[in-house]
Design a protein around this ligand. Structure first.
Ligand code: 9WO
Length: 247
């Protein structure tokens, strides 16, 4: 325990999730280190049931799309009331994110941005999406976790939360493991091996059992670079550029 730590208290990083299926949270996150951290108060998770903001006796949250077409659209009035309810309670500058395949792609840099804030508000859509006007009028950002369509935003929200929460101090050991990650340096992960040393006739690469830590570090770096160059030319280009600018 250092002097700095514990000197001033700030509330834990918090996620507020707006959804029609609050029982989907924390879901699989409850099983992992993120779940343990949630129990330990390292972060807070609050769900808001969008249906609680429905106005009519049938508690309807969706309606047919203007212009026709298949399916239903989430009503702007109901969703805006849910957003305003949490925005009033949340701190200023907090980002409100709608999970959508149309959004800016989530990457490790965005995860680091999000963990540096006090918290986030996530909106999970269902049906064919939400009325465009509520996104525009409430300054809601769109974030995608990949180029595919899901049945709703909830599983995408779980992916985003997993990526962000594991970066909180104290969720994964002392943070050394995080610094070690090749991805933190813009590379894919190097291959991993464990016992048995010979499995179905296949030996573990000799360098890893040599005890020579300098050689091991160099081998892993070379493997990470080779994998990145072969599989992800986009990441490789960026890595080369950032290595250059670092000199
Ligand atoms: C469904 C659909 C059906 C007929 C014609 C057009 C259609 N669009 C959609 C659609 O995009 N549905 C979405 C389902 C509505 C918002 C929530 N859903 C969602 C979010 N699917 N996939 C995501 C998502 C979120 C973040 N990153 C990747 C995918």
């Amino acid at each position: 325990m250092t002097e700095e730590r514990g000197k001033s208290w700030s509330p834990p990083w918090s996620a507020t999730v707006l959804t029609l299926f609050p029982e989907m949270f924390p879901g699989p996150l409850g099983q992992s280190l993120a779940g343990k951290a949630l129990k330990n108060g390292i972060w807070r998770l609050e769900t808001v049931d969008i249906r609680d903001f429905a106005r009519d006796k049938h508690r309807s949250v969706d309606d047919a799309p203007f212009g026709g077409g298949p399916g239903m659209v989430m009503r702007p009035d109901v969703l805006a009331d849910a957003v305003d309810h949490v925005a009033a309670a949340s701190r200023d500058g907090g980002r409100v994110i709608y999970l959508s395949p149309r959004g800016r792609r989530l990457d490790q840099a965005m995860a680091r941005e999000l963990v540096a804030q006090d918290g986030i508000v996530l909106i999970c859509g269902r049906f064919e999406g939400v009325d465009q006007r509520v996104l525009e009028e409430r300054g809601i950002e769109e974030v995608s976790v990949g180029d595919f369509v899901l049945s709703g935003g909830e599983t995408a929200a779980l992916v985003l939360l997993d990526a962000v929460v594991r970066l909180l101090p104290g969720v994964i050991g002392d943070g050394a493991a995080l610094e070690e990650e090749s991805f933190a340096q813009g590379l894919l992960e190097y291959p991993q091996y464990t016992r048995p040393q010979n499995w179905e006739g296949h030996e573990v690469p000799e360098v890893l059992t040599s005890g020579h830590h300098g050689n091991i570090r160099a081998w892993r770096r070379a493997q990470a670079e080779e994998l990145t160059r072969e599989r992800r030319p986009d990441l490789w280009e960026r890595y080369l550029r950032s290595a250059k600018s670092r000199g």
